[in-house]
Design a protein. Structure first.
Length: 618
């Protein structure tokens, strides 16, 4: 089968409310659990009524049996991984007394021909729902011990079969990251629609709200103008994130960064999509081919990606949710967690949100931040155990809903817990506005008063579908210098800051653009519309540029005759005293598939001309 060159992320513990807990009765320490290798058959998946064989490992702690039952945890891998990625987690939770079923997700390496279906409800969610029933002792879910060939029926897990006639209901939670995070939403929704609600708590990490936003983002037409509205599902076609898409589907990427950049050629992309899509739902291949042919996916493909996302069924997710997202993540950015958190909170679902230091772009947690093999010894692990203890064991206080976030500027290299700040909810801080002023060939200034704005014109252009501006090469390179060749971007900067400026959340930019060549072509649809990339720079006294977490905000402007407002990806960043904060508009980026036509743009500033940057500051 086709699988990605890397397991994008397999770290799966997260944060909630602090408090270390003693291991519950039945827990064992020091002696590893020998898992049972199982083949579990799930049936009736999707409209095809597909039958799939799931490869799973069952971890039962010593001292846990039919007479001494324990709660359970279900977990699966990130994209491209297998059940083996869950081994440390399962051993760590086993020492805390939890039975863990770790399984390889549908379509990944397990000897089964079922394709990758993007964590949709009909396939992945339905399969996980059947695994919940298996943990609840349902003998109709066929499971076989691969070593002995014997049938396996679970009798070691605490049952919660209710008075409403709900059978085979285990005390069970789910935990997982990335692809293993979204499936938790799908499982919760399937259970809710069935009226069974067997799932007691979920911990989805570094996952998506709307996969169409993740891979084809637009930040100029979000509902309410912001992810804090509860949605990142833009009304506007976005800008395709082709490098990350290549990582999901490519074998050839292992040959190096140049291979990813070479896929910018439409002919090579078409060949790539045809050759590397064999194990995916055919609609995935169709979306990739559309990008090759027209530079963007169709409305039907966007709807398909959205349907495999919690954004399309969040009303059915009512299970307590500990939601965590990575600051170092250009695949699923913090806005996605904001949208999910806001929607869940608005409908009364118990939810907390954590922004931790690591993510798809930098998957290694800081020392003491996360240790899935020994969760009680790490900051995030202790918090997860508190959620599980309350919701699965009925011990410990109810975790308080809230928002916590890591601050790299408060980290001293030893105490990661002290670098986290907490709040009752999101958003935090206050809004501070700056105004675009003046301008010449390379840009102008950011001033603090509308009365200080002076007229100006700044020009830049996009000249190629991909690049030449550079911010990252997806997961493969987050270290190269950020570059904007002359004529491809404009920059509006503050004077050196007199004091540190701490930004926590998403900035918003309103700007007035003039693009005469696009004025007529935009009427032909997305392919003729203006593509703009907006980003915030931290410019040091020596002129060195830092792009916080390599995050940028691509937009496809529907109408260049109107001011456009863009939400930037959320960050947690300190702009130090003596540094300059700069907002940049660029015509291209090597990580995205932009316009096929040259697009000269002028940025206008002046009294009465909309041009404002608003920042959430602490």
């Amino acid at each position: 089968m086709r699988r990605t060159m890397i397991v994008l992320l397999t770290a799966v513990l997260t944060a909630g409310t602090a408090g270390a807990l003693a291991p519950p009765a039945g827990a064992s320490a020091g002696l590893p659990i020998t898992p049972r290798d199982l083949s579990i058959t799930v049936t009736g998946l999707g409209t095809e009524q597909r039958t799939c064989r799931i490869d799973a490992d069952l971890y039962v702690p010593r001292g846990v049996d039919a007479a001494h039952r324990a709660p359970a945890v279900l977990s699966t891998n990130g994209f491209g991984g297998t059940k083996a990625d869950r081994a440390d987690l399962a051993q760590g939770l086993g020492e805390q007394g939890y039975v863990t079923l770790a399984y390889t997700g549908l379509g990944f390496v397990d000897g089964d021909p079922c394709p990758i279906t993007l964590d949709d409800r009909q396939h992945d969610g339905a399969a996980a729902s059947q695994l919940l029933r298996f943990l609840g002792g349902d003998p109709s879910v066929q499971a076989v011990d691969d070593a002995t060939g014997a049938r396996v029926v679970i009798d070691q897990v605490v049952r919660e079969d209710g008075a409403r006639g709900r059978r085979f209901d285990p005390s069970v939670g789910m935990i997982g990251g990335s692809y293993g995070g979204q499936v938790q939403f799908a499982a919760a929704a399937v259970e809710r629609r069935a009226g069974t609600d067997r799932l007691d708590v979920i911990v989805p990490m570094i996952t998506w709200n709307d996969l169409s936003y993740s891979l084809d983002p637009d930040n100029s037409a979000l509902p309410g103008g912001t992810a804090a509205s509860g949605s990142v599902s833009s009304r506007q076609t976005g800008v395709f994130k082709y490098q990350w898409a290549a990582l999901f589907t490519s074998l050839g990427v292992v040959d190096g960064i140049q291979d990813v950049q070479a896929l910018a050629d439409p002919a090579r992309w078409r060949a790539f999509a045809a050759d590397n899509c064999a194990n995916f739902d055919p609609r995935v291949c169709q979306a990739l081919l559309e990008v090759a042919a027209q530079g963007h996916p169709s409305a039907a493909s966007i709807e398909f990606l959205r349907s495999a996302s919690v954004a399309s069924y969040v009303r059915d997710v009512r299970v307590p949710t500990l939601l965590a997202q990575g600051q170092a993540d250009t695949l699923f950015n913090l806005q996605e967690s904001v949208a999910t958190y806001t929607a869940l909170k608005a409908q009364g679902t118990p939810v907390s949100m954590v922004w931790h230091s690591w993510g798809h772009s930098a998957p290694t947690p800081l020392p003491g931040e996360l240790d899935e093999r020994h969760p009680a010894g790490s900051y995030q692990g202790r918090q997860v155990l508190a959620w599980f203890a309350h919701h699965l064991q009925g011990t410990g206080p109810a975790p308080k809903p809230g928002f916590s976030y890591f601050r790299d500027y408060a980290y001293d290299g030893t105490d990661v817990a002290a670098a986290y700040a907490t709040a009752a909810g999101y958003p935090v801080g206050r809004q501070r506005s700056m105004y675009l002023s003046g301008g010449g060939p390379a840009g102008g200034a950011l001033v603090t008063s509308p009365g200080a704005v002076v007229p100006g014109l700044s020009a830049y252009g996009g000249s190629a579908p991909v690049g030449p501006n550079y911010t990252e090469t997806s997961y493969l390179d987050q270290s190269g210098p950020v570059t904007d060749p002359a004529g491809t971007a404009v920059r509006f900067s503050t004077p050196p800051l007199p004091a540190p400026l701490d930004v926590v959340g998403s900035a918003r930019l309103t700007v007035t653009l003039d693009a005469p060549t696009v004025r007529a072509s935009q009427l032909t649809g997305p392919g003729g519309q203006l593509v703009v990339y907006v980003k915030l720079y931290d410019v040091g006294p020596d002129g060195a540029v830092e792009l916080p977490q390599r995050l940028i905000s691509p937009v496809r402007v529907a109408d260049v005759d109107r001011p456009v407002t863009v939400e930037l990806p959320a960050i947690v960043h300190r702009f130090a005293a003596g540094h300059r904060l700069a907002v940049v508009l660029a015509g291209g980026d090597l990580a995205y598939r932009g316009s096929s036509l040259p697009q000269p743009v002028t940025v206008r500033t002046g009294p009465g001309v909309p041009g404002q940057l608003t920042l959430p500051v602490m």
